[in-house]
Structure formats: structure tokens, C-alpha cells
Design a protein around this ligand. Structure first.
Ligand code: PXG
Length: 459
């Protein structure tokens, strides 16, 4: 029996009876009923009521090549018939993870040549944390185990992911984080720069917060720094241009490993294959997931730099870590073909030279002028719109986050799916978007802003 035999109301009732959604107020959802997305094609998703919605979030930052790619379905089908599953434990492996690892090593910064597979970004951040701490044990410095992260960082929802992340509300529900993780100021100029402070000065000050934390803990106790090249779920917070080079300099100075989380920025989003390349850094670990398969199947890959890899291989013995689905043959087959599509269609280059700059320009020239907007910013196809009550003072509507939700709901009702996080609207569309799609999205955003302005009058 297929879902088409059920009415929306029936599906919503079954959903309420049995299905716990992620990041959800379950009581509130049960009162409202969920939105049922039933199919998708290219840049559009369709709900059960027949509404066509332009997907400004690429699913959840992942559907890089857009929906309805027959060749991804075919490659999965063929691999399932040939070999649906075998593991990579006990000196075995299968062909597709081998070839995908080679491909990723090829695309990654030149110091990064090894790959450890998982099924989600959270899992791969667990791998990264374990690997980095294991590295220092192998190097004879087991006390070097503190990790420096940033407030508002998102590194996943497992215990290690939440601990690495800097989301206060998530820490509050953890009942005890993984010990030894310290959080410092994020490089978020819109809220954290002093009046009159230049972008460059703020970039140096935000990087200095990392250096201060290293010095406070004692460099001999610090294993690594972790950060997203662009903070995604935290609100598309784009660091000043000089921040990452400075972070790398500080890490090298104190012999601290550099871990980057490219679960969102990996595979073309910034207009380079990796955000690390955009910022010209050579990290020791790069966590990736999402666009690796364009979300068609779950797959993540921790890319491991030569420094850690050579110690692991030469001094390691057995590293007691791995997942049933590490190197899943079907997911890796889809990953390989997905990357082939991105290459064949020149999507990374197109984001870099055409759609990315156009997106930034349209946000600035068309959206920034609206009275509710305090700032727009974008990098590649990743953008943010800051919602304010006063453009001049950057005062926000109260309670925090209330205005952005109104705008989001108007945008969805008018045919554009986008996110509200706190007081920031977020866009992270499929890399197949064209200038025309960007125009269409901006038209809807402007309409939603106007409607919200009327709703918010007097608030
Ligand atoms: N790191 C980063 C940078 C992420 O964005 C993860 C790790 C965890 O990946 P998995 O595959 O375990 O979910 C993510 C995931 C949001 C949102 O609200 C963002 C993510 C996941 C769910 C919601 O923007 N990013």
C-alpha cells in the first residue's frame, strides 16, 4: 500500500500518533499538524495540497544538484542489485568507497589525502573528536585534549556533536557535555563588532579570542580548534576575510590541530569545492556530509590530513572506532555520481563566477533597502538577511526571533521555503539555481517582508 491511499488528514493523525520529529515542540506540532512534502523536481518541492514551493534551503542545506536526478536513482538501483551491503571492517572493503575516497582526496586541500566514512555529519564529528584525541595520545601527549570551539557553532546532535557545538539551549538538555570543550566568541560582526571597528580589526579580535583561550588552558593542554568556515545553522555568520588565515597562524604557533566542519560548506556551496579552499587554509580534519550525496542517501566523510594520518598509520595499532555503515556501497555509489554531476555541469565554477556574485548583489541591492532589514550578506549560494525593528540602531523585535518567523511563514505561503534562525533569515539553495531563480526568490522575499511589516506595525 502506498501513501497515496491516505488522505492528508489521515497521514497527519498517524504522524501525531507515532512519529517524533527532530528539533520539534511535540505538543505544538500535534496541535498544528505537519506540512507533508510529497514530491520534488529540480528546484521545487510540492506539498500534499499541491502547492509548488521554491526550495531556498536545498532540503536541509544538502540537495546540491536539485531534485529528480534519475541517474542517482539508477546508480543506487544498480549497486543494490550488484552488492547492496558489505562492511569495511576485518580487512574487507567494497569498490565504491575506495573510489570515492580517491575522488575526495583529489578535490580536498593538498595536505588531505585520507577519508573515514560515516552516515551523518554528527557521526563524522564524533570520529573527528576521537581521532584528534587519539592522535595526541599516540604522540605521547595525552594531556593535550582540550578542544576550542565557538558559541553558536553547530556540529551536530549526538552527544559529541552537541558538546562541540556552541548552542546554549542544546547544552541545557544534555545533562553533561563531553569534558574539555571550551567555547569562545564567534566571528559575527553584526552583533559583536564595536561601533566603528573595521572588519579587519574585528577579524583579528575574534581570532584573538581563540588565542586567549589557548593561553588560558595552556598550549600543552590544547588538542585542536574546531569551526565551520561559515557558521550555517547559527545564522550564516561569515567571518571577516582575515579571520581564517589568522586562526591557522595561531594554531600553528601553539601546535594546535585545525579541525573544520564543512558539513554545509563542502562540495561547492561557497564557490569552491571546500570552504577551506575559499579561505586558503589547510586543516587537519574536514568533516563533510550533506551535499556529498545531495541528500539522496545518508553519507558523511571525514577527510583526514597527512599529519594525523601518518601518525595513525605508523604508530597507531588498531583504532577502535567505526560504524556498520562506514563506506556503505550504495551511498558511496550515489556520492561518486553526485560529484560527477557537479563536475559535469560546472556547478562549483558557476556559483563562484555567476550565481554566487549575482545572489550577493541581489540581496544587497533589492533586499537590503527594505525597512525591516539591517544587513544582508552572502558567500557563494549561502545568504542571510538580518531582521531589525530599527535599521539605524539595529534594535530587534521582541521576543527574539518573533519577527523572522512571521516573514518565513509569509514566504512559504507565497512559494519560497527558507529558514528563520533567531532574528536571521537564511537561504542555502540548490547549486542549480540560476539568475532567474534568484530573481524569483527575491520577489517572494520582498513580498513577505512587506506583508510582515504590516503584521508587525505597532509591535
Ligand atoms: N555540522 C554542521 C556544520 C552541520 O550544519 C552537522 C554537523 C550535523 O550533521 P547531521 O548529518 O548529523 O545532521 C550539521 C547539520 C538547521 C540544521 O537547523 C542544520 C543541520 C542539521 C539540522 C538542522 O539549520 N546541520
Amino acid at each position: 500500500m502506498t501513501y497515496q491511499n491516505y488522505s492528508l488528514k489521515q497521514l497527519q493523525a498517524i504522524d501525531a500518533a507515532h512519529h517524533l520529529h527532530p528539533f520539534t515542540d511535540h505538543n505544538e506540532l500535534r496541535a498544528a499538524g505537519s506540512r507533508m512534502i510529497v514530491r520534488a523536481d529540480g528546484a521545487y518541492i510540492y506539498d500534499s495540497e499541491g502547492n509548488r514551493i521554491l526550495d531556498g534551503m536545498a532540503g536541509l542545506w544538502c540537495v546540491a544538484v536539485g531534485y529528480g536526478r534519475k541517474e542517482l536513482a539508477e546508480v543506487a538501483y544498480e549497486q543494490m542489485l550488484e552488492l547492496p551491503y558489505y562492511n569495511s571492517f576485518f580487512k574487507c572493503t567494497t569498490p565504491t568507497p575506495v573510489l570515492l575516497a580517491q575522488k575526495l582526496a583529489d578535490l580536498a586541500p593538498k595536505n588531505v589525502n585520507q577519508v573515514f566514512f560515516g552516515s551523518s555529519g554528527s557521526e563524522s564529528n564524533d570520529t573527528a573528536l576521537r581521532l584528534v584525541r587519539h592522535y595526541w595520545v599516540l604522540e605521547g601527549e595525552p594531556q593535550k585534549n582540550i578542544i576550542i570551539s565557538r558559541r553558536d557553532a553547530y556540529h551536530g546532535s549526538t552527544v559529541a556533536g552537541v558538546s562541540l557545538g556552541g548552542m546554549k539551549h542544546m547544552h541545557g538538555q544534555l545533562g553533561g557535555a563531553v569534558p574539555g570543550i571550551v567555547h569562545v566568541m564567534p566571528p559575527y560582526a553584526f552583533e559583536n563588532a564595536e561601533p566603528g571597528e573595521s572588519e579587519e580589526a574585528f577579524g583579528l579580535r575574534a581570532a584573538k579570542a581563540v588565542e586567549d583561550a589557548i593561553l588560558e588552558a595552556g598550549p600543552d593542554n590544547v588538542a585542536a580548534f574546531i569551526g565551520e568556515p561559515v557558521m550555517g545553522a547559527g545564522g550564516v555568520k561569515i567571518a571577516p576575510r582575515n579571520y581564517w588565515a589568522e586562526i591557522q597562524r595561531i594554531c600553528r604557533k601553539y601546535d594546535v590541530l585545525l579541525m573544520v566542519d564543512e558539513v554545509i560548506t563542502g562540495y561547492g556551496r561557497t564557490g569552491e569545492w571546500f570552504g577551506s579552499q575559499y579561505y586558503g587554509i589547510e586543516p587537519d580534519t574536514i568533516t563533510t556530509a550533506k551535499a556529498l550525496t545531495s541528500g539522496y542517501l545518508p553519507l558523511s566523510a571525514l577527510l583526514v590530513g597527512d599529519r594525523i594520518a601518518s601518525t595513525l598509520i605508523e604508530k597507531g595499532g588498531e583504532f577502535f572506532h567505526g560504524y556498520t555503515y562506514s563506506g556503505h556501497p550504495v551511498a558511496c555509489a550515489v556520492g561518486l555520481r553526485n560529484i560527477e554531476i557537479i563536475e559535469r555541469e560546472g556547478l562549483v565554477e558557476r556559483v563562484k563566477t555567476d550565481t554566487g556574485p549575482y545572489f550577493e548583489q541581489q540581496l544587497r541591492e533589492r533586499i537590503f533597502g527594505h525597512p525591516l532589514v539591517g544587513e544582508t550578506r552572502a558567500i557563494g549560494l549561502m545568504g542571510a538577511i538580518e531582521i531589525v525593528r530599527s535599521k539605524e540602531t539595529r534594535e530587534r523585535y521582541k521576543p527574539s526571533g518573533s519577527a523572522a518567523v512571521v516573514i518565513r511563514d509569509h514566504a512559504i505561503a507565497n512559494g519560497l521555503m527558507l529558514r528563520a534562525t533567531g532574528d536571521t533569515m537564511i537561504l542555502s539553495p540548490p547549486l542549480i539555481w540560476t539568475r532567474e531563480t534568484i530573481d524569483e526568490a527575491c520577489d517572494i522575499i520582498l513580498k513577505a517582508l512587506d506583508l510582515a511589516q504590516a503584521d508587525l506595525a505597532g509591535k
